[in-house]
Design a binder for this molecule. Structure first.
Ligand code: C5P
Length: 248
């Protein structure tokens, strides 16, 4: 192990400030429960379970940091892992930036993980962290896409949308989180890449804009994003299977 590997710590930043409107009305998405446990707690456990991760920064809804802190204190979490909670912003990009702002100096590697991907297996987290430790400045877990993807001219109100292209499926990947970065690279991306409107939905995309090489490692089907009501059903099924196999 080199001197750098010994001294550089890894943190996970979990943006959890989204309202999750696509899931329907109710609590903010990260606070919805899966098998009786809030999605955010599953996500924090998924990060803390990795031996690589020594700090987890949870970015709470603006004004909701105290509530999230209490919630985390009510659940058992691995003791080796320090957990900080900070208030988030209007966009995911802003929430990630606010999480990065509180990282201690000795953090050299940062994983950014959506609270909305509560069931990512620890092997995927470890693989992303290891690829950054081995020298890649930006790493994303991803899977081949099952559907053929069309590029369209978007229309509102259910109007038919003109198709303008069909990218070759074999070169497409659906990206997941945690995405891993050399800290300086991610901070620079957040300082220099300003995006209008919704902001960046993907941190690696910001690194790409800086010209930083981004590599893909294999993702996992259980790292899916809980976005729509059917995803809640799938997540419960995954948890039931893990319980049956006693591996969670
Ligand atoms: O909305 P979407 O599913 O793309 O959100 C991805 C992640 O970003 C979620 O974990 C959500 O809580 C987070 N987010 C955030 N701050 C926002 C919007 C989204 O932390 N303002």
């Amino acid at each position: 192990m080199s001197e750098t590997q010994r001294t550089v710590r890894t943190a996970a930043v979990i943006p959890a400030a989204g309202r999750g409107v696509r899931l329907g009305p109710g609590a903010p998405k990260a606070l919805r429960t899966l098998s009786g446990t809030p999605m955010l707690v599953h996500a924090v456990r998924a990060m803390a379970r990795s031996r690589a991760v020594s700090l987890v920064v949870v970015v709470a809804p603006p004004g909701g940091a105290a509530e999230v802190r209490n919630l985390l204190d009510e659940h058992s979490l691995p003791e080796k892992t320090e957990i900080l909670v900070v208030p988030g912003g209007e966009t995911r990009q802003e929430s990630v930036r606010l999480g990065l702002a509180v990282l201690p100096d000795d953090i050299g590697i940062v994983l950014v993980h959506d609270a909305a991907r509560p069931l990512v297996p620890v092997d995927t987290v470890d693989a992303v962290a290891a690829a950054v430790r081995d020298g890649a400045p930006a790493v994303v877990p991803a899977l081949p896409v099952a559907d053929t993807v069309k590029q369209v001219e978007p229309r509102t109100g259910g109007e038919p949308e003109p198709v303008i292209g069909t990218p070759e499926r074999s070169v497409l990947r659906a990206v997941q989180t945690p995405q891993g970065f050399d800290r300086a690279t991610l901070v620079e991306a957040h300082e220099k890449v300003g995006l209008e409107g919704e902001g960046a939905t993907d941190d690696a995309g910001m690194a790409e804009r800086l010209g930083v090489p981004v590599v893909v490692v294999p993702g996992h089907e259980e790292a899916f994003k809980v976005t729509r009501p059917l995803d809640l059903v799938l997540a419960e099924a995954v948890l039931a299977r893990r319980r049956a196999n006693d591996d969670f």
